[in-house]
Design a protein around this ligand. Structure first.
Ligand SMILES: Cc1cc2nc3c(=O)[nH]c(=O)nc-3n(C[C@H](O)[C@H](O)[C@H](O)COP(=O)(O)OP(=O)(O)OC[C@H]3O[C@@H](n4cnc5c(N)ncnc54)[C@H](O)[C@@H]3O)c2cc1C
Length: 394
């Protein structure tokens, strides 16, 4: 058999739908992200200026926001949805509003999440929806639930409201057959999220995968969790559906563990996280008949690993139980090359009011500055494509 290879450096494919000026703007933003000083000053200054009501909304919207977000409303995302669909990439509308605290806020967010599911109804351009439990639930209650502490009457009432919101979202997704991800969050609230996700999978994944839980493979206990969940799914007769990520909150996890004096739940090294991530991919592939899964990663190595394993095991690139996923504005070289080769690919497209999306943008900026290798790689790919275009024009 010939050696399997996907060319993730095929920049003509990766940037086919970007004009020269769009590419140059992307280059400018990534250059800024590559400078830790500019990055730290820029994002904090933006947050501060917005909190003061300074008129920088337009500036942010036309720059970093446009690179990583689809628009301020679902309607404003239509352009991005169509652009991605033209390259056979699905959109996952991600309502990027965080840090809300009142019951009314949580209800409003729940209603907006339901609108994202409604928008996706019968539209293959939007293969998945998504939500974060912290968008619809108070942190304190999730923490108490995770610690299995006894709840007083007030917390009990909050807990019922959380359950009702999660149930309403999942039941609606099920009623229209729209698959939906439940994002993973901090380990000290994740037990509560896991229990909700398992309950929803048990209820709504009887015929096909609708509810997807998320596993952060930077956690040392997640491979065993995956095995246990599969056994439970098999015994109880539902399809296990998982989104596999490495995990976004490593620094916070380590800091809290050190502060409170418990062992960090995160692997000691990146190599261990990588090995666990790929082991989870192997495990899901091995049980592909009972597990539906999404490799949500910007790692070229893991993406190529999964694609080549599928090739080796003669699993069709568009097998309905295997999806790849990236974030909008990042790793287009993976998304577009995978899609061109017939794999199932989607991108998270965050949206929401500019001021509300700043925490999300800050995370992207911080993530990009801490994973400097990624940004340097993105810059290198853009340079390569600009040069290629120049020389092809003679
Ligand atoms: C579509 C999509 C959905 C996502 N959903 C979620 C979600 O629900 N919850 C969530 O937490 N994150 C989520 N993420 C973010 C994800 O967890 C990662 O933070 C991000 O994708 C970077 O990891 P990577 O696999 O892309 O690539 P890489 O750049 O190869 O890996 C970076 C990651 O490796 C791990 N790592 C880095 N250094 C070390 C170290 N020294 N020791 C141990 N581990 C280390 C960290 O997890 C770090 O984020 C999502 C990402 C995508 C693309």
């Amino acid at each position: 058999m010939s050696e399997f290879r996907l060319d993730f450096h095929d920049t003509a494919t990766a940037f086919a739908d970007k004009s020269d000026s769009q590419l140059k703007e992307k280059y400018r933003i990534f250059r800024m992200l590559n400078s830790p000083f500019m990055n730290a000053i820029g994002t904090r200054a933006a947050k501060f200026a917005l909190s003061l009501g300074l008129p920088i909304h337009g500036l942010i919207k036309a720059s970093i926001y446009e690179q990583f977000c689809g628009g301020e409303t679902i309607e404003e995302c239509e352009g991005v949805i169509n652009k991605l669909a033209a390259s056979h990439i699905g959109t996952v509308l991600d309502y990027a509003v965080e840090g809300k605290a009142t019951e009314d806020d949580f209800d409003r967010t729940k209603d907006e999440i339901i609108r994202t599911i409604q928008r996706a109804k019968d539209d293959p351009k939007l293969p998945f929806s998504v939500f974060k439990v912290t968008g619809i639930a108070p942190l304190g209650t999730l923490e108490r639930l995770s610690e299995k502490r006894k709840l007083d009457a007030k917390s009990q009432a909050k807990c019922e409201r959380i359950h009702n919101r999660v149930y309403e979202i999942c039941e609606y997704a099920y009623s229209i057959g729209q698959p939906i991800f439940i994002d993973a969050e901090d380990s000290w609230i994740q037990d509560a999220i896991d229990r909700l996700a398992l309950e929803m999978m048990e209820k709504f994944n009887r015929e096909r995968p609708i509810i997807y839980t998320t596993l952060q493979m930077y956690r040392t206990d997640r491979l065993q969790y995956l095995r246990n969940a599969r056994r439970q799914a098999k015994a109880d007769g539902f399809i296990l559906a998982v989104k596999l990520v490495r995990g976004a909150y490593m620094e916070k996890e380590r800091e809290r563990a050190a502060e409170k004096g418990y062992p960090s739940p995160i692997h000691a090294t990146k190599a261990e996280t990588d090995a666990y991530y790929d082991a989870a991919l192997d495990y899901c592939l091995k049980h592909i008949d009972n597990i539906s899964f999404v490799a949500a990663t910007h790692s070229e190595a893991s993406t190529h690993y999964l694609a080549s394993k599928m090739h080796g095991q003669q699993i069709a690139p568009d097998h309905p139980h295997v999806y790849f996923s990236q974030l909008y504005g990042m790793s287009d070289n993976l998304s577009y090359v995978l899609a061109k080769n017939g794999y199932n690919v989607s991108k998270y497209v965050p949206y929401g009011p500019v001021a509300e999306a700043v925490p999300y943008l800050m995370r992207r900026a911080e993530e990009n500055s801490s994973a400097a290798g990624h940004v340097t790689h993105e810059l290198h790919l853009i340079e390569k494509e600009l040069k290629r275009r120049k020389s092809s024009r003679g």
